[in-house]
Design a protein around this ligand. Structure first.
Ligand code: ROI
Length: 167
């Protein structure tokens, strides 16, 4: 018998109509097979981490419950990225229409070439941790501890929670 697992997905966009792109990506998550969309955080505006020449990002985190295993889920996320015009190439830090990161999958810990769980950089990204805290207070991130203490330890870099409607 298979059980639903809870997974958390980070969404980011800083090219094109980021608001519409994130809305559309959330809709695409809701259509995944054997998956239910649970909660979507507020949207946050955040300065680019990495290359300061790029536009600000719009970021959010969604929770789903899913029977897809982590690798199948990752493939589905990459497909949704491609459907939204994302071209993944050798350059890591360039602007992108849509970035979907599998952050946490149940209590899974794995490190393969394709997939690290929990996401290997989430602990230092306020634009991931703050929206995650908003939708999952009390969450324990395997190997890191409580989301509250992760947020406390993470430097803030000018993250701004957007109140509807977004101008
Ligand atoms: N910076 C911000 N603020 N938000 C992102 O989603 C984001 N994604 C990335 C890099 C280039 C690391 N910078 C980011 O992949």
């Amino acid at each position: 018998m298979q059980w639903y697992k809870t997974a958390y997905i980070g969404l980011g966009s800083n090219l094109g109509d980021s608001r519409a792109i994130l809305d559309s990506a959330v809709h695409a998550l809701s259509l995944l097979p054997a998956t239910r969309l649970q909660v979507i955080s507020s949207f946050y505006r955040s300065p680019p981490l990495g290359d300061y020449g790029q536009p600000d990002y719009l970021n959010a985190v969604a929770s789903i419950s899913t029977m897809l295993d982590p690798n199948v889920l990752l493939d589905s996320l990459l497909t949704i990225e491609r459907e939204h015009g994302r071209v993944r190439g050798p350059q890591r830090w360039i602007a992108r229409t849509l970035d979907l990161d599998l952050l946490v999958y149940d209590d899974f810990v794995m490190q393969t070439d394709e997939l690290w769980l929990p996401h290997r950089e989430m602990y230092k990204r306020d634009f991931v941790l703050v929206p995650l805290l908003e939708i999952a207070p009390g969450l324990t991130v395997p190997g890191y501890g409580k989301i509250e203490s992760m947020v406390e330890k993470c430097p803030r870099r000018g993250l701004e929670r957007l109140v509807e409607p977004v101008e």
